[in-house]
Design a protein around this ligand. Structure first.
Ligand SMILES: Nc1ncnc2c1ncn2[C@@H]1O[C@H](COP(=O)(O)OP(=O)(O)O)[C@@H](O)[C@H]1O
Ligand SMILES: [Mg+2]
Length: 65
């Protein structure tokens, strides 16, 4: 199937994403300098061990703070 123009466009594009919770000695750096590009038509899985930041990243993508 021919690649469409829409499939060549980034649908999700993250650059230099950082997210932390708390502060001081209890600060947790959940996302450190994250970059991600998902192109139209791509199917992406987010894999990693528990508490590595998967849910935090999905919340950022969904604009949930
Ligand atoms: N609302 C929150 N308040 C404080 N710390 C959080 C919060 N959400 C996530 N964290 C911390 O951020 C880190 C990543 O968590 P999370 O994104 O839930 O990981 P995963 O989904 O990969 O298991 C963990 O150390 C977790 O304790
Ligand atoms: Mg999770």
């Amino acid at each position: 199937m021919a690649e469409t123009a829409a499939a060549r466009q980034p649908r999700i594009e993250l650059r230099a994403i950082n997210k932390y919770f708390g502060g001081g000695e209890t600060r947790v750096d959940a996302l450190v300098d994250i970059a991600l590009t998902v192109m139209g038509g791509e199917r992406v899985g987010l894999l990693g061990p528990s508490v590595c930041g998967k849910s935090t990243l999905l919340n950022v993508i969904g604009c949930v703070t």
